[in-house]
Design a protein around this ligand. Structure first.
Ligand SMILES: Nc1ccn([C@@H]2O[C@H](COP(=O)(O)OP(=O)(O)OP(=O)(O)O)[C@@H](O)[C@H]2O)c(=O)n1
Ligand SMILES: C[C@](O)(CO)[C@H](O)COP(=O)(O)O
Length: 232
């Protein structure tokens, strides 16, 4: 297997406010395992992925304490107030022997249904493209801009629009520098590509499966239950 060393970074320090309930959603079970375990396993089962760094909430008492999965190291650190802070904390906590040009795959703990074939194509694209790559899918619905009272203000043009998924794959130091620059500028980035774009990068879009869903609400968990128990 040629190409750069590959490590996963998994932001898992969220509280699941939109989901509700007492248990942060990354620890809710689906098809017999917590969402975070599905996400980590999908990453670490891939032969190119060498290990994972997981960003946890400071008071996380539910972390199972894994130190390895699929025979690979699982490390953890304390995340931050925003997802971007957690990603940067994990990047900065990676072992010193993970080189600057290592490929880092940032993947939400709340996305349990990552397909191996998508991961293959993402790693290949990010290895070949210096600005990195992300999984996503073209928008296929008509998009409406809503007024606060829930009426339609206008229809937004959708040509060329994509939904960004994770993993998002970038070289370790380039991503760390981009996230630190966004933080210094007071810009809250909602994904890693946004930070890279700010610095002029044009990451590759890799079309992935639409069932690589992020569990945000209880309805998403019901869909994840079905998908994970009927995986092909
Ligand atoms: N400060 C934060 C916020 C989010 N995340 C992680 O980033 C991923 C995507 O975030 P999201 O779906 O928004 O999760 P929450 O922040 O938990 O959800 P909410 O916004 O509804 O509270 C999740 O795996 C979440 O655990 C994180 O590591 N650190
Ligand atoms: C990173 C992400 O999953 C790409 O779509 C998304 O931006 C996370 O958003 P969230 O509100 O932090 O869940």
């Amino acid at each position: 297997m040629s190409g750069p060393l590959v490590w996963a970074v998994v932001p898992a320090a969220g509280q699941g406010t939109r989901f509700g309930g007492e248990v942060p959603k990354q620890y809710l079970h689906s098809a017999g395992k917590p969402l975070i375990e599905h996400a980590l396993s999908a990453l670490l089962a891939h032969p190119r992925v060498a290990g994972a760094m997981v960003a946890l909430a400071a008071n996380d008492a539910r972390w199972p304490g894994w130190t390895s999965l699929h025979g690979k190291p699982v490390l953890c650190c304390v995340g931050g107030g925003e997802r971007a802070d957690s990603v940067l904390a994990a990047l900065e906590a990676l072992p010193a022997d993970v080189p600057a040009d290592a490929l880092v795959l940032v993947h939400d703990a709340a996305r349990p249904n990552l397909a191996t074939a998508d991961l293959d194509r993402l790693i290949d694209a990010a290895t070949a493209h210096p600005d990195g790559a992300i999984l996503g899918a073209p928008v296929r619905d008509t998009l409406k801009r809503a007024a606060v009272e829930g009426t339609i203000v206008t229809t937004e043009p959708r040509d060329g629009l994509w939904r960004a998924f994770t993993p998002q794959a970038f070289r370790r130091d380039a991503l760390g520098n981009a996230l630190r620059a966004a933080r210094a500028a007071g810009v809250l980035v909602t994904d890693e590509a946004m930070a890279m774009e700010r610095g002029g990068a044009r990451p590759r879009l890799v079309e992935g499966r639409e069932d690589n869903l992020k569990v945000t609400t209880p309805a998403d968990l019901a869909l994840a239950d079905y998908l994970l128990s009927h995986r092909t």
